[in-house]
Ligand binder design. Sequence first.
Ligand code: DSN
Length: 426
Amino acid sequence: MSFAGYFINGTVRDNELFAAVNDELRRQRDQVELIASENFVSEEVLSAIGCVMTNKYAEGYPGKRYYGGCKFVDVAEKLAVERVCRLFGCKFANVQPHSGAQANLSVFYALAKPGDVILGMGLAMGGHLTHGSAPTISGKWFRAVNYGVDEDGFTDYDQVRRLALEHKPKIIVAGASSYSRKIDFGRFREIADSVGAFLMADIAHYAGLIAAGLYPSPVGAAHAITSTTHKTLRGPRGGVILTDDEAIAKKIDGAVFPGVQGGPHMHIIAAKAVAFFEALQPSFKEYARNVLDNSIMMADRLKELGLNIVSGGTDCHMSVVDLTKLSITGKIAETELEEAGITCNKNAIPFDKLPPQQTSGIRIGSAAMTSRGLKTTDFKKIADLIYKVLSGYGKPGHEELKKETRSETLRICGEFPLYGKDRALP
Ligand code: DSN
């Protein structure tokens, strides 16, 4: 399938937009993608994203819609729900959230009231914006209290307990955006129970590994579980909410629609169904295993080369690299690496002294390049390239070294092609 049909309006092709899409396709093909929250969906998921279900309004839920003509989109939504429940071993799912942020907001709307306390991991410690950060609804409408990590970079459960006892949160959020270690959801639940709080687990980053049994599952521990569908789960951009509790499921359904959202994006729900189908296949377990092995290899190699990894390593697809030793900021590292053909993002390290626009670290992940087929030896090579570029920064010959690295990253990308040749217009 090619993009051709999508960009023709009558006889006039939208060349301006088409050029941008093709440039983006080229960028994705030619860069070593290490952004921990990104992945490459399959051709099948991509086709579903572009399918005719985008034309359909379907406010409500299967069998209870506010529009006629919903027979076939109902099939898609029921498939998505049934598959994601099977994937995670839970009873109820809402597959309508447009994003992880809206999934989180829906759970807050279902289980708390403005002014209630929510206790989540602080953004600067590895938490997500929507877990109580000041500029978001979660920080403005609720009284947000933050926990963090200890000096070794591991979740400080004693602090979670202390803050829970002191502030009596309505919801405790377990989950993170840049935390690479296992989360003890049972321990979080025990703390939540001790203060009568709901436990919400945000597994956006870890979902694919959880589905494959390679990371702890919050099912059975959390009252509500939110996730995105596009990170390690390798589906379309979107969100999902899971629960085992029927009463909570009902509240969540009402919170997603009509509480927070209007019409669901049925083409995206169709694509979620495809992605969940793919994640149920044995090959996905193998993929997830490779994601984990590759991530551990990359972190271990960087350590071997002398860099610090926050918490000393990783239990998942991502790591946060502490650049303090190299006297280089995350911002500079992000730019330098991008010029050398490696895409990642600047990231605060716990107790960072630099502001969020600079940071002392970068976050790297293995999910996307593992989808292209790279193995541990390739990730070891990538770690070497990262070290070469960053340790050479500011030294004579650095521009030349970056050029050499760019040739090498192009070679790697060429060896592991992304999508068929006909995906782009000639
Ligand atoms: N912004 C995503 C991430 O990069 O982790 C989470 O929403």
